[in-house]
Structure formats: structure tokens, C-alpha cells
Write a new protein. Structure first.
Length: 428
């Protein structure tokens, strides 16, 4: 398939289409691994997951095993989880605290700083052999913003803060939920596969157009539980006013006035009367610390924030960190965690986790519906030779504000995807 035919983007003609082969072709996936995942900043984890020296988590990031950890000086580090001797996985535990990591193949050991500090039978190596040359390798770049840690395999990549562009404003809103500015990942991981192309979840996670049809049972649950559901404004499909925004570098978000309650300072009957005083206390703290306007921004608006290519901070019914990776053209791995203020009370944490599981959890109202619809889409895409194009023009004729049910932010995602997927200028 010719690279140049993946996208039809003709603004003057108000045409934007995506070739469905981009969601089924194995050759496209191989190019994505090299041209997108190898050059973009990719989320690794949150600093709160490794709070003490020696703490570690092992993960697969861009098909590479990594050790996400704190070293002996409490610096957050990322090491490639492969022995410098024969390549075996060095750390085989998913998490813990360790003074060293020992390869079980030949016994080479590495300390918390990634240094090779033990080689059985070292005297058999030649005089040129130096342990200092064989420490655990690190990605070309590792950086963090407000506790969120990213890596990049491209030594020439732009700085992380430049890459994040307009997303920083929205990350800061999430962090402002905490009086100390410290959010923490709550123990427990959602880990599941979806039989669909990874880009379908990128679209779905901040596509509010599907909310009424796919999540009708959840909206009915809210109504029956006493949550006020106002009639949509003229031109809107949802009870609260919402917009979509492109934030640079392929990032984007939906930015909505809340209508569904928020564990941070916006009580609804589902939370129970016992939780109401605590939610009101949190609201008062927000106002005292941030002022009325900023407090309302934090407490009374929702955001589904996309950081290209595969990270979402969904700050709605609760806060979830969601990342996902392609396993095959029609299969992805999804990992998700709940995020909350470090100093949160037991009552507020209980409301947060209940909201998190009720909507975002694998057995909740939203996630099973989304999985089913994405797998149905993938099945339908087997007709891509006969029906080659997807239409992505909702809202394209509008001037000014784009609603959360429009597709301007989806077009921004696909435009950036297409830019990165083109062959380098010096390619043959």
C-alpha cells in the first residue's frame, strides 16, 4: 500500500478520510513500531509507584522489557531489562524492592544503579573485560512531568515538556486535586487485551459521540440513582456543554462541564449521604487554596486527555491512567491504574475507587461496552478492500468552537499519525 494514500485530508473540500487498511495491515503495524513508537515520548509509569530506593516495577514498553525503579540515590530510572551477557531477562518479578538483580542464566548481577557488580568466574575473562562497560542499558532519554515518567528511544527527540505542548495545562488541572500537589497511583492494575487495532482505542477514549448509544445503560443508571440529567443545549447531544481541542503534536482532549458527579468536590446521590460532608470539605479546601474560579475548573469539569500516541488521563467519574500497546494488527494490550490525591481521606478514597470501578473498571458500565464495540468494529474492517475509507468529518464545516461530539481532535490524531508514518526525506 502506498504511504501517501493512508489519509485524504482536503480542508477546502471539507474531506477527511482514513484508509481502513491502516487498521488491519501488518505492514502498517511494523512501520508504526519504527516511525511512531521508536521516536515518540512513551509513558512508563508514575513516580508514586516506586517511592523508595530499590523499589521497582517491570513492564513491557514498545515491545521492550524495562525495569522502572528508584536507584540508591532515590532517582527515578528506567533500565532495559536484558542481561548484557546473553540477553536474558534480568528481573523476572513484576514489582518489589531489591538491592540487586541477578540474571538466573549465568549469574551476572546488577545493583540498584544498573551497574554490573558481580560476574561468576570473572578471572576467566580477558584483561580488556571491565564490569563498568556492561551496566544495564537505558533508553536514549527518560524524563518526567508532574510525576508522570516517559521514555524515548530517539536520542534526537525534542524535550518532553516541548513534546507535551498543550497537554500540560490539563495535567496541571489533574494535579491540582491534591492539596500538596502529589497524586499517587492506587495499588492495583487493570490488565487486559482487546481484539482490535490500538488506534481504535485511541479514538474511542476521547470520542464523546458514542456515549449516548454505547453507554445508554450507564446514563440510565445515573438517572435512576437520582443524578440530575438536564436536557441538552441546542446543538448538543449530551446534558453538559463540552468541547474538543487539539493540543499540538497529535495530542487532544475533550473538555466538558460535569454532569455525572466527581469524587473531587462534586457530590451526587450515588456517593451516599455519608460521603456528602467529606465532598463538601474537599470543595472548601479547593476554594481556599485555588480560588473560586480555579476550584470550579478542577471540581466541575471533566477531561479525557490524550497524549500521543498511547496515553490517556481520563479525569471524569474518577481519574484513570490508561495506556495501550499493539500486539498485532487486530490485538492490543491495555493497562490502567486509578490515580488520586496522596493525602485523600478514607471516605474520599472509597468514593473514588467505587466510581473508578463503576465506570472505568473491566466489569463496570463503560469498559465492557467499549471493548465489545471495538471488537465489532475490527470484525467489520475485514471488508476494507470493498469499503476502503472511514469518514472523519463531523464538525469540519464549523467555525470556532468544536463540540466534544465533533471529530476535530480525532483528525488531529490522524494527521499527526500520517505525518510520522511518511518515509524520511532521505529514504530511497
Amino acid at each position: 500500500m502506498n504511504d501517501r494514500q493512508w489519509i485524504i485530508n482536503e480542508p477546502e473540500a471539507m474531506r477527511f478520510r482514513v484508509n481502513r487498511a491502516t487498521l488491519v495491515d501488518p505492514q502498517v503495524l511494523e512501520l508504526e513500531r519504527r516511525r511512531i513508537f521508536d521516536v515518540c515520548w512513551i509513558y512508563v509509569g508514575h513516580e508514586s509507584e516506586v517511592p523508595a530506593p530499590g523499589d521497582f516495577r517491570t513492564r513491557i514498553v514498545c515491545d521492550r522489557p524495562v525495569i522502572f525503579c528508584r536507584d540508591s540515590r532515590s532517582r527515578v530510572r528506567v533500565f532495559l531489562n536484558t542481561c548484557r551477557h546473553r540477553g536474558s531477562i534480568v528481573c523476572r518479578e513484576t514489582e518489589g524492592n531489591a538491592k540487586s538483580h541477578i540474571c538466573f542464566y549465568h549469574g551476572w548481577s546488577y545493583n540498584r544503579d544498573g551497574e554490573l557488580d558481580g560476574v561468576p568466574g570473572e578471572d576467566a575473562y580477558p584483561p580488556s573485560f571491565r564490569k563498568s562497560d556492561f551496566g544495564l542499558k537505558e533508553p536514549a532519554k527518560v524524563a518526567s512531568y508532574r510525576g508522570f515518567v516517559f521514555l524515548n528511544f530517539d536520542a534526537g527527540a525534542m524535550p518532553l515538556e516541548d513534546y507535551l505542548a498543550g497537554t500540560k495545562e490539563y495535567i496541571d488541572i489533574v494535579i491540582d486535586q491534591s492539596p500538596s500537589g502529589q497524586m499517587e497511583v492506587i495499588r492495583g492494575t487493570q490488565d487486559y487485551d482487546i481484539r482490535a487495532n490500538w488506534k481504535l482505542l485511541a479514538e474511542n477514549s476521547f470520542d464523546d459521540y458514542h456515549l449516548i448509544s454505547v453507554h445508554a445503560s450507564w446514563l440510565s443508571y445515573l438517572r435512576s440513582s437520582g443524578v440530575e440529567m438536564k436536557r441538552p443545549e441546542k446543538g448538543h447531544l449530551l446534558p453538559g456543554h463540552g468541547v474538543c481541542k487539539a493540543l499540538g503534536n497529535g495530542h487532544g482532549c475533550t473538555d466538558n462541564v460535569n454532569f455525572r458527579g466527581r469524587p473531587v468536590a462534586c457530590w451526587i446521590p450515588i456517593y451516599g449521604e455519608a460521603a456528602k460532608p467529606e465532598i463538601e470539605r474537599i470543595r472548601a479546601e479547593l476554594v481556599a487554596r485555588l480560588g473560586e474560579h480555579r476550584a470550579a475548573r478542577v471540581a466541575d469539569t471533566n477531561r479525557n486527555l490524550f497524549i500521543f500516541p498511547n496515553l490517556f488521563l481520563n479525569d471524569g467519574s474518577s481519574v484513570t491512567i490508561r495506556t495501550f500497546y499493539p500486539l498485532a494488527p487486530d490485538r492490543m494490550r491495555v493497562l490502567a491504574w486509578a490515580l488520586g490525591p496522596k493525602e485523600e481521606s478514607a471516605v474520599a478514597r472509597s468514593v473514588r475507587l467505587d466510581s473508578f470501578l463503576t465506570f472505568y473498571g473491566p466489569g463496570g458500565f463503560a469498559t465492557p461496552d467499549d471493548i465489545e464495540v471495538l471488537e465489532t468494529v475490527q470484525a467489520g474492517l475485514s471488508t476494507y478492500r470493498e469499503v476502503p475509507w472511514m469518514e472523519v468529518t463531523r464538525g469540519i464545516a464549523k467555525q470556532g468552537e468544536q463540540l466534544n461530539t465533533d471529530e476535530m481532535h480525532l483528525r488531529a490524531f490522524w494527521t499527526r499519525w500520517n505525518e510520522l508514518m511518511q518515509p524520511p526525506m532521505n529514504a530511497d
